[in-house]
Design a protein around this ligand. Sequence first.
Ligand code: C5P
Length: 243
Amino acid sequence: MSNKLIVALDVETAAEARELVARVREHAGMFKVGSQLFTAAGPAIVREIVDGGGRVFLDLKFHDIPNTVAAAAREAVRLGVSIFNVHAFGGREMMRRAAEAATETAEREGRMRPGVIAVTVLTSFDNATLGDIGVTFTPEAQATLLARLASTCGLDGVVASAHEIKQVRSVVNREGFLVVTPGVRQRAVAGDDQKRVMSPAEAARAGADYVVMGRAILQAPDPAEAAREVCEEMTRADAAAAG
Ligand code: C5P
């Protein structure tokens, strides 16, 4: 079965996160801890998931001066996460220092080195929101530029919508360069803010290494069953692509 599914633990409390992890762990390749849960429950919840054998994508999108981001990267390694991310808008030096700090800390302290990936352009951005902050490129062009820069800086991948994957792969021709894709659902979700969505199978076919799914699983009547269906769908898509 596919373990490309990252379940976003976008919940308010450690207790809710714990319950979700227990329910879907069999079908989730990884759990995403983002700003909401991290602010509410802190690093303790990350340690708890890791100690219980779960893999964690720490989605805190670090964006600060290079020295501070390098220090945060060291702590992410010590937390034992499998992937963490930084904003590519933080620039060349910041990304380079984050990747180096991860490597050095893992080597020096005998720990696993997490994948360090870049957020290029948030999926909530369009031409107008980029224009507001002085960026005249289209979201696609800006995302492509930043994906190339992230690779040059030694990062291990990017977060990219399924629609951008082809473009990313065309500018970063590196084996193992990870593409982690949000905006994936099997069907519409109530109150949805994701304008351009793809199904798990479409994302897998488009070349996503992982898909991130939150509400479609969290709000399902049976989250475990929803996660199982997603994995099955991606496994079928992979098998079909393999021939
Ligand atoms: O929409 P869903 O609940 O599946 O979102 C899961 C994760 O995907 C969120 O935690 C967020 O980080 C990311 N996301 C995104 N772009 C959106 C909506 C969500 O990157 N438009």
